[in-house]
Design a protein around this ligand. Structure first.
Ligand SMILES: [Zn+2]
Ligand SMILES: [Zn+2]
Length: 303
């Protein structure tokens, strides 16, 4: 494995008393190391995904591991030939992940569900009276998910509490397993489920990314690929053989994991569009978008 770059995914719930000050110093560190990616900083902690040369990411990890605020991060590391982000975006937010709970909000440091290692998760997945909830957004699970998972049709993490309340009768009395990309959203979401009075709740420690790296499981039980928030768009999980593509081109219905945005600007919806259709038909998610584009070419991206 001689890839010259690494992609890091990480989070740490911690107390950051002055997020603005912390962010200013963190930016200096990232810029010195020429890292690119997305980092959120809040009073409750830090969540990031960055790419850089292996020497720079090693130094970044060392700096974070030595800082008492961020010591103990469980790093998810992928290898890469290049940067996978166009630039560095570092933002201060009220929360690193938000369920929009207002005055009912809580910290996962105070309330979160039992963590399962990949092998424990795999074993429990197969049990009776188990429901698995995909805690990600709809455009993420469309590319890939655990077999048999409930797939909340929500465009944003903030909409999950409403979905839980609507589907409560499917969850009551069951063992509830939750998972997300790298684990941070489930720290919060699984705590929310407990707070709602659901009793038997578990979360996949380190998320799909960690699960996919387990050498004995090889990602079994996961279908499709894992959506990631960088230029790669998705990464493989299941290495047990067979096709990993479960999504289809919206135009020709052939298997495709190629997400694109509709080039009819007022629509701009994200959809699956294979390379051939993009060339032959254009990047339109629906025939009406294509028709609208003919009527009004100025509203087409790239025109
Ligand atoms: Zn197609
Ligand atoms: Zn469209």
């Amino acid at each position: 494995m001689n890839s010259p770059y690494e992609v890091l995914l990480y989070y740490k719930y911690s107390r950051i008393s002055d997020p603005e000050d912390y962010a200013a110093n963190h930016r200096i560190l990232c810029e010195r190391l020429n890292l690119k990616g997305r980092i959120l900083i809040a009073r409750e902690g830090v969540n990031g995904t960055v790419s850089g040369s292996i020497r720079d990411t090693a130094e970044y990890r060392r700096a974070m591991d030595e800082d008492p605020i961020t010591a103990g991060i469980s790093w998810k590391i992928d290898h890469s030939d290049t940067h996978v982000f166009p630039k560095l975006s570092l933002k201060v937010r009220d929360e690193v992940v938000s369920l929009n709970l207002g005055s009912d909000d809580f910290s996962p440091e105070d309330l979160t569900a039992t963590h399962l290692k990949p092998d424990e998760w795999r074993e429990m997945m197969n049990g009776d009276d188990v429901v698995i909830i995909d805690a990600r957004n709809d455009y993420e699970w469309e590319i890939g998910r655990f077999e048999g998972a409930l797939l909340p049709d929500v465009p944003s993490f903030r909409d999950l509490p409403g979905w839980v309340r609507e589907h409560r009768n499917e969850l009551e009395g069951k063992k509830i397993l939750t998972y997300c990309t790298g684990g941070i959203r489930c720290e919060k979401f699984s705590g929310f489920l407990l707070k709602e009075g659901l009793l038997d709740v578990y979360q996949l420690d380190g998320g799909i990314v960690t699960y996919g790296k387990d050498e004995s499981l090889k990602g079994e039980g996961f279908e499709g690929e894992c959506y990631v928030f960088d230029e790669r768009l998705s990464v493989p999980v299941n290495r047990t053989g067979g096709s990993s593509i479960i999504s289809h081109c919206a135009i020709c219905n052939e298997p495709s994991i190629r997400y694109r945005n509709c080039s009819w600007k007022p629509c701009n919806a994200q959809f699956f569009c294979c390379a051939r259709c993009e060339t032959e038909v254009g990047r339109f998610c629906l025939p009406v978008c294509q028709e609208a584009a003919i009527m009004s070419p100025v509203a087409v991206e790239g025109q």
